[in-house]
Design a protein around this ligand. Sequence first.
Ligand SMILES: [Ca+2]
Ligand SMILES: [Ca+2]
Ligand SMILES: [Ca+2]
Length: 298
Amino acid sequence: MDEQDIYANVEGPSGLYIRWERVQSSENIYPNEDTCCSVETDRTGPALSDLEESNTVKKRSCNATALILGLLCLLLLTGLVILVFLYTKNNSNWELKMLLLQTSYNNLTEKKYQLKTSYNNLTEKQHHLQTSYNKLAEENHQLNTSYINLTQEKAQLKKKLENATTDLRKKLQALHWTYFADKYYYISSTMQTWQDSRNDCLQKGADLVIINSPEEQEFIRKIKKRTWIGLTDAETEGTWKWVNGTLLGSLRYWAESEPNNANGNENCAEISSSNLEKSWNDMSCDFKMHWICEVQLI
Ligand SMILES: [Ca+2]
Ligand SMILES: [Ca+2]
Ligand SMILES: [Ca+2]
């Protein structure tokens, strides 16, 4: 039987070298029980030792192979665990991100709804404001038009009044009325009793003069005529009243020792032709003298 080396110096796990030597062609190369038995019956002399050594090598080879397979399984298992861990971790992160995105989306949706509501409210308010503004603008336009018309009418009326006043002054001056401090005065050229003098003033739409100021007193006094004024105590002796019903106040210009109610019958006041400021005198109302009417047109 030819002998041949099937395998020589095969490297095993952990650097262990297994030496395969002569194996007879009748022997099975696979390690099984029949092979062992066949080898056992055929062994002779030094060949038995080689078989034992070969079996030992085979066992070691099987153990090494099992060890390698176990390590590979362990490695695969570890890889599988890592993959499952990574997958689970990634899956958890993805779910967390999805949850966060969903929350953010819900928040944004809520804010969008609130903004939409605010926008609608502002749009409504803007519409109301625009409507109010349009009404006010229309009212302002109408008021402005009315103001312009009233201003024009006022200017026209002012012009008419000025013209009427000018015409009246001319007519009054023609009738011997005198203008002084916004008042018109009529100085009679004839003489009458106090009551007839007043009646004449009333007939002219005026009344006997009332002295209201030192300037008016001075204006009347400088006429240099004895004239009736609108002052009397005929109603109650000693109680002097103006023709408009007001009592004589502190503004008074009685001459010295006047009023003296001479003969118990002096109840009407006159301005004498005295050069003195204090020029008033009480006289009998039946006495005839000039008179002064006073009127304020405007
Ligand atoms: Ca007066
Ligand atoms: Ca008197
Ligand atoms: Ca007197």
